[in-house]
Ligand binder design. Structure first.
Ligand code: NAG
Ligand code: NAG
Ligand code: NAG
Ligand code: NAG
Length: 175
């Protein structure tokens, strides 16, 4: 049911951005966003945190940021209150699952017994951050590079809040 709703919302949004001609419109962008959405939510499930909801405002921000990051120098300097994950690939879009797995694989550096802020795993901790509830994606290709951006609200990676928001992976008890 949630997926049906997400597809409907994403389709409506795709029509909107194509009509406004704000953003490069490609026919499979909606499907790409949906694959990212599903990949991330299936990783969250493993950590027993609720799935994120798709959010139009965050999508608009992520699309804008994806464009900016590839075309404007120092665009990382923008301060925003929402969380952000990014992936910069080559001239073609990376598989959505590859992007999600790259972010998720930073978990290898995370020590659940000694939780806290460290720049080496912030894509992972934001991805499964418990109190983040919505997400939006942007993807843009220019100058032989593709930027994939995810924006999260409320922002994760807050110092002092890692223990209660980065939940260990659920392990089935052995009998
Ligand atoms: C969607 O994201 C915007 C921007 O961060 C936020 O202000 C808004 O509350 C979010 N909507 C929901 C339903 O979470
Ligand atoms: C996230 O992952 C990307 C790509 O692997 C990396 O460049 C970036 O530094 C990571 N951290 C954050 C906070 O985005
Ligand atoms: C993530 O880690 C797994 C297990 O170590 C590995 O098989 C996979 O290739 C990695 N994926 C990416 C995108 O780094
Ligand atoms: C993109 O890559 C091609 C092939 O390597 C190269 O010829 C071209 O100059 C590159 N374009 C930009 C904008 O970097």
């Amino acid at each position: 049911m949630n997926q049906v709703l997400a597809v409907t919302l994403l389709s409506l949004f795709a029509i909107l951005i194509c009509n406004e001609k704000v953003i490069l419109c490609e026919s499979d962008t909606t499907a790409y966003h949906l694959r990212l959405y599903n990949s991330i939510n299936s990783l969250r499930v493993k950590h027993t945190v609720a799935s994120l909801k798709w959010n139009r405002t965050l999508t608009e921000m992520a699309e804008y940021f994806a464009t900016r990051i590839l075309t404007v120098a120092n665009s990382f300097d923008i301060e925003e209150s929402e969380g952000i994950n990014f992936f910069i690939g080559g001239s073609t879009r990376p598989a959505a699952s590859l992007v999600a797995d790259t972010w998720y694989n930073e978990s290898l550096s995370y020590d659940f017994n000694n939780p806290g802020y460290n720049a080496i795993y912030l894509n992972f901790t934001q991805l499964i951050w418990k109190s983040s509830t919505s997400v939006g994606f942007g993807v843009y290709t220019a100058n032989n590079h593709t930027a994939v951006i995810a924006k999260f609200y409320p922002a994760g990676n807050i110092r002092g809040k890692f223990r209660q928001n980065v939940i260990p992976k659920y392990k089935k008890l052995r009998r």
